[in-house]
Each structure stands twice: as structure tokens, then as C-alpha cells.
Write a protein that binds this ligand. Structure first.
Ligand SMILES: Nc1ncnc2c1ncn2[C@@H]1O[C@H](COP(=O)(O)OP(=O)(O)OP(=O)(O)O)[C@@H](O)[C@H]1O
Length: 618
């Protein structure tokens, strides 16, 4: 018996990737699952109510469960957001400040006492201390258990003291940890801590030094708060916060408003042109025999409707409809029209097509078109920056596709990684600067050569590199695997941002793969200020979208999250083009599954019988 399978379409994969992409780009989590989670949580809360009520009787002063929830939830990402925001110089208090303000008075008292333990110790008079010590000693004599607890408490206090000294900055997350100890405080925790300690670490007691103290306490509280570990994990990692109100348009920085206005106007202009010349968009869903691309016009004369700039016909024959649309999209985003090229510095875009959809061919075609019409486009130099491992692939793709071009024009492709000496590289770049063409560079090499303060190069060489790569630099820059530019603070992002041209294309097969914050850096590179300052972005998008995705998000949170996702999506419509494998479906043969039944041969029957007789379970 055998089974053969042909899986050309991989449609399920398509839908999966689409789904996950959608989830991320829109920030829209599956609401059903959210509701289910919440219901599960609610029911578990009610299940636990009885046992909790017993506990509550014993712990009259323990904080309300929902207050704990508000304090605990800082998942790593959230605390990261707070830290990021702080380091960004302002809105760091966005999320947690409000959370802390939700504390009740007793909790704050407790926090203050706990976290400023050293100070309160020093401020207490010696007599008072002695009195307190005596009192506790007599209590201990009466109650040996409490003595043990006290011993633990002392050791952990001193640990805490030392760790506090090592970390002078008191973070919000530290407060949250402390809040977990609130009210019925230390005693319960320390009791639990002791229990946990016994099975928590495989290391020796001396290994459990002051550094690990906070983590242990957190673990204690997790297990303490409700029934199952998984629930606790969920609750700790996910928890809504009382975030600040989304700022209104008027509150935004001038630069942000300007960028949004310009983008809106640009999109309106493109739509207007689209109406004038209908043949600009290609149907991506039609069958291959229906979809015959004859020409891909990027710009035309509005009066005569004659094409001004169009892709080489030889290349057009090779393009799939989504690729033709991708080329048009990149043109619109970076150049818009011949008329606009003279007026402004242009802008950039993100081509977020899934892996293997042929982004390289799209860039090759666009580059060829720009260079062959350089009198109109003013583009002479195109720089492709990519991971070192794909440099040769880029060079080969340029050679392979440009063979099909019908235009009598040779595009020079410069590839620097084959030159080992900086002097040779400088010479090649000088050639490229003067004669134009395409230069393909690895990210690392770009970063090294474009550094303006490098002491490795002589003055003249440094100037050469600066002129070729930064200012005036290329007329168009393409960043392959652009999700590598996910952090504005990395030296790579900083050096890429120094390139003078605003005509920047980011290629990525995995947009928004990680989180909204990484997305910011890519968008900032291609459309500076469109998302505003980082603090604005946090307030307007990251915080509300994140807040609507927790298990305890309210209806209101979810509503806001959806709205903000929609706004973000719309805002980036003209700057990001996404395509998944679905665009190739019409070009792939239909999927067939065959199941073939084959009888065993005589030898196989004997072997099988032998197996059954001797080895299978009787
Ligand atoms: N229109 C086309 N017709 C035939 N082959 C194509 C076409 N477009 C691209 N290809 C081929 O498909 C393969 C994948 O293309 P390419 O490497 O450009 O994808 P990609 O989107 O850049 O993927 P990645 O995200 O991995 O870089 C290449 O071998 C390329 O030559």
C-alpha cells in the first residue's frame, strides 16, 4: 500500500501565513479565542473563589485579586516597553505610571516600606529597634514556627538590601514584584519561598545569591495566587493596563502632522492618475492565460496618454501580475511621476512579499527602467544592500534577468566583496559614482565603509567612501531582508539612515514578524515621521493595540485596539505592500491526491508473517 501526493499549491500554508501576518499587521487577535480565554479565566476565578475565600479569611489584609492583576502583569515585552520608552526619553511612564496610581494606599505604604528598607532601618532610633527586637524574640519563643520565618526573613532582607545597593535604579517592575508581597506580606511569601526553594534550584544554597532573589519571590507569588501554573503564567504574562488616552491629532508634533499630510496628498495624487490611465493595475487573481502583460507603464503624459516611462518589454514578458504591481508600487512610492521628481526628494516603501515571490526580479526590472530612463528619472546609481550570503545571488539575478531585456543598454553591476583591499574598493566605488549602474554590498561592508569617523581609512579614501555611499551617495537604495533594520539604535540602522537619498526601498518576506516596535524602525527608514516620534507611536499604536490583546482586556480595550489597528493599517497602505503565496495560486497546477493500494509480494508476506508470529504482541 502506498500513497503519493502532489502538493504544488501549498494553499494551507498560504492561509496560515496570511492569517499570522494579518494577526500581526493588524494587531487583531482572534477575538473568539480572547473571549474563550477570558471565560476560562473567569470560571477558574470562580472555582478558586471558595479556596480563596478561606485564604482571604486568614489574610485579612491581602490586596484584592484584581489589584494584584494590575500590578503583576508586566510581561517581558511590557516591561521592555516601559524601559524602551524611558530610554527614549519621555513616555516611559505611559503604561506603568497609571498602573501604579491604581494601587490602594496600603499597598503603596507597603511598597515604600519594603523598597526603602535600608532607609527606614537607618531612620529608626536605636531604642525602638531594641524594643522591637525584644518583642519579636518573645514572640518567637512562644512560636517556634515564626522564629524560622523570621530567620528566613532576615536572610532575604539582607539579600534584598545588597541587591538593592547593586541596582540603584528602582524600576517599575521592581515595584510590581514588591506589590506581590503586599499586605499579608513577607510572612506568607517567605513561608512559600522556603517551600519553593527546596525544589526550585538544583544549585547549592550559596548559589542562590542576592541576584536571584527577586525571581524567586515572583515564582512564589505565582504559585500562591491561584490554582494552576499555566493560568498563573498566562496571568503574569498578559495583563491589561490603564494606558493613557490616545493623543489627538492636534497634540502631535508638527513634523508628524506634516508627514501624514504629505502622505495623504501623495495617495490622492496617485489615485487621480490611476483614473486617468486605467492600465496601471494588473489583475492578480486571473488565470495565467487571461493575464497577458503587454506593457507596464510607470508614467505617462497626462495629455497625450503616451507612456513616458515603461518597463522593458522583454522583462515584462517574464513578470507575474503581482510583480508588475509591485514595480508600479515602488515607483509610486519613491518617484510618483516625472513631474514630481523635479519637485521633491521622493520617499520610500516596504515591499513585503513572502519569500520566493520574486522581489529580486521586481527590483531588477525597476532598476533597469530607472537607469534606461535616467534623463527623466535622474537616477544613475542604485545601491543594493543585502546580507553577505545573498550578494552573489543578487549579482546573478541581475545578469540572468537582464539578458531578456530588449533595450540596447548594459547595466553595470558592481560587486565589492570580491575586492579585498580598501583601495580597490574605493576605486570601484569611484567608478560607480562616475559612470553609474548598480552596486551590490553586504550590510557589514556598507557599515564599515560608510563610517565617517573611521580611523582605518586615509582622508582621501574616507572622502571617496562618503561620496559614493552617503552624500551624494546612491539615487536609490534597496535594503534586502530589511527586517534587519529593526532597531534604530544599532550601528547598522544608523549608518543606513545616514544615506542622503530619501528614495529607499525595504524588501522583507517577514514584515512585522516580531512586534510593532521593530516595525517602527523599518517604516521610519522609508517614511521618516509618518508614525511620529517614538513616544507618539507608543501612545497612538503600540500601547492601545497591545492592551487589547491580553486575556483580561476589556471590551473597550478590544474596541480601541481594533480601531487603532485599522488606523495604522490605513496609514501605511501607501507605504507597505504585502503579498503572500496566494498570488501564485492561479499559476500553479491544481492539487491532486492519489491513494494507491498495492498488494504485498510473496517475500513481503513471509516477512510480515514472521514479524507477526515472533515479534508482535500476542
Ligand atoms: N516571474 C518569474 N518567473 C520565473 N521565475 C521567477 C520569477 N520571479 C522570480 N522567479 C524565481 O523565483 C525564485 C525566487 O525569487 P526571489 O529570490 O527573487 O524571491 P524573493 O521574494 O526575493 O525571496 P526571498 O525573500 O527569499 O529573498 C528565483 O529563483 C527567481 O529567479
Amino acid at each position: 500500500m502506498g500513497r503519493s501526493r502532489a502538493q504544488p499549491g501549498g494553499s494551507s500554508q498560504n492561509s496560515d501565513s496570511q492569517e499570522s501576518n494579518d494577526k500581526v499587521i493588524d494587531g487583531l487577535t482572534n477575538l473568539n479565542s480572547l473571549m474563550k480565554n477570558r471565560r476560562r479565566r473567569d470560571s477558574s476565578t470562580t472555582d478558586n473563589t471558595e479556596s480563596n475565600s478561606k485564604k482571604n479569611k486568614q489574610m485579612a489584609k491581602s490586596p484584592l485579586l484584581n489589584e494584584e492583576n494590575m500590578l503583576k502583569p508586566d510581561s517581558s515585552s511590557d516591561s521592555a516597553s516601559a524601559v524602551d520608552a524611558e530610554s527614549d526619553g519621555g513616555d516611559g511612564d505611559d503604561l506603568p505610571a497609571v498602573t501604579l496610581s491604581e494601587l490602594n494606599g496600603s499597598s503603596i505604604d507597603h511598597l515604600a516600606k519594603d523598597d526603602l528598607l535600608d532607609e527606614s532601618d537607618t531612620s529608626t532610633s536605636h531604642n525602638e529597634k531594641e524594643e522591637a527586637n525584644k518583642k519579636s524574640e518573645s514572640e518567637e519563643e512562644q512560636n517556634p514556627k515564626s522564629k524560622r520565618r523570621k530567620a528566613n526573613a532576615i536572610s532575604s532582607d539582607s539579600e534584598a538590601g545588597s541587591s538593592r545597593k547593586k541596582e540603584p535604579d528602582v524600576k517599575v517592575s521592581d515595584f510590581e514584584d514588591s506589590e506581590d508581597e503586599s499586605s499579608e506580606p513577607a510572612k506568607r511569601n517567605k513561608r512559600k519561598k522556603k517551600e519553593n526553594d527546596s525544589d526550585a534550584s538544583a544549585g547549592s544554597s550559596s548559589d542562590d545569591g542576592s541576584k536571584k532573589k527577586r525571581r524567586r519571590i515572583k515564582a512564589v507569588d505565582d504559585s500562591d495566587a491561584s490554582g494552576s501554573d499555566t493560568e498563573n503564567e498566562g496571568r503574569n504574562k498578559h495583563g491589561r493596563k490603564n494606558i493613557r488616552k490616545v493623543m489627538s491629532k492636534n497634540q502631535l508634533e508638527e513634523a508628524t502632522k506634516k508627514a501624514a499630510r504629505e502622505e495623504k496628498e501623495r495617495i490622492a495624487r496617485i489615485a487621480e492618475r490611476q483614473k486617468l490611465y486605467n492600465n496601471l493595475e494588473f489583475d492578480e487573481s486571473g488565470k495565467p492565460d487571461e493575464v497577458v502583460l503587454e506593457k507596464v507603464v510607470l508614467d505617462f503624459d497626462p495629455e497625450s496618454k503616451e507612456p513616458l516611462i515603461q518597463v522593458d518589454r522583454g522583462l515584462v514578458k517574464k513578470l507575474k501580475p503581482h510583480q508588475a504591481n509591485g514595480i508600479k508600487f515602488m515607483w509610486d512610492a519613491c518617484f510618483e511621476s516625472v513631474k514630481r521628481i523635479k519637485k521633491d526628494r521622493g520617499s520610500g516603501c516596504i515591499l513585503a512579499h513572502c519569500m520566493g515571490l520574486g522581489k529580486t526580479l521586481q527590483v531588477v526590472s525597476l532598476t533597469h527602467t530607472l537607469l534606461t530612463h535616467s534623463d527623466l528619472t535622474t537616477v544613475n546609481r542604485v545601491l543594493v544592500v543585502c546580507p553577505l550570503s545573498t550578494v552573489l545571488n543578487w549579482v546573478n539575478e541581475f545578469k540572468m534577468w537582464l539578458k531578456h531585456s530588449e533595450t540596447d543598454y548594459e547595466v553595470d553591476v558592481y560587486e565589492l566583496s570580491r575586492y579585498k583591499q580598501n583601495s580597490e574598493r574605493a576605486f570601484q566605488l569611484q567608478q560607480w559614482l562616475q559612470h553609474g549602474g548598480v552596486c551590490v554590498l553586504g550590510y557589514e561592508m556598507f557599515r564599515n565603509l560608510s563610517a565617517d569617523n573611521s580611523k582605518k581609512f586615509k582622508k582621501k579614501m574616507l572622502k571617496n567612501f562618503q561620496e559614493a555611499l552617503v552624500d551624494p551617495g546612491p539615487d536609490l537604495v534597496v535594503c534586502d531582508e530589511g527586517h534587519l533594520l529593526k532597531n534604530e539604535k544599532t550601528s547598522l540602522s544608523q549608518s543606513m539612515n545616514r544615506v542622503r537619498t530619501r528614495r529607499r526601498i525595504v524588501l522583507t518576506g517577514t514584515p512585522l514578524q516580531n512586534n510593532l516596535k521593530e516595525y517602527y524602525c523599518m517604516v521610519q527608514f522609508v517614511k521618516p515621521n509618518l508614525l511620529g516620534k517614538y513616544n507618539e507611536y507608543l501612545n497612538r499604536f503600540v500601547n492601545p493595540i497591545t492592551n487589547g490583546q491580553y486575556t483580561d482586556s476589556t471590551e473597550h480595550d478590544i474596541r480601541i485596539m481594533k480601531r487603532r489597528s485599522h488606523v495604522l493599517h490605513k496609514m501605511l497602505d501607501g507605504a507597505v505592500q504585502r503579498r503572500d503565496y496566494g498570488v501564485l495560486a492561479p499559476f500553479l497546477p491544481p492539487k491532486h491526491e492519489y491513494v494507491l493500494f498495492i498488494t504485498l509480494t510473496e517475500v513481503q508476506i513471509k516477512l510480515y508473517q514472521f514479524y507477526l508470529d515472533n515479534y508482535s504482541r500476542r
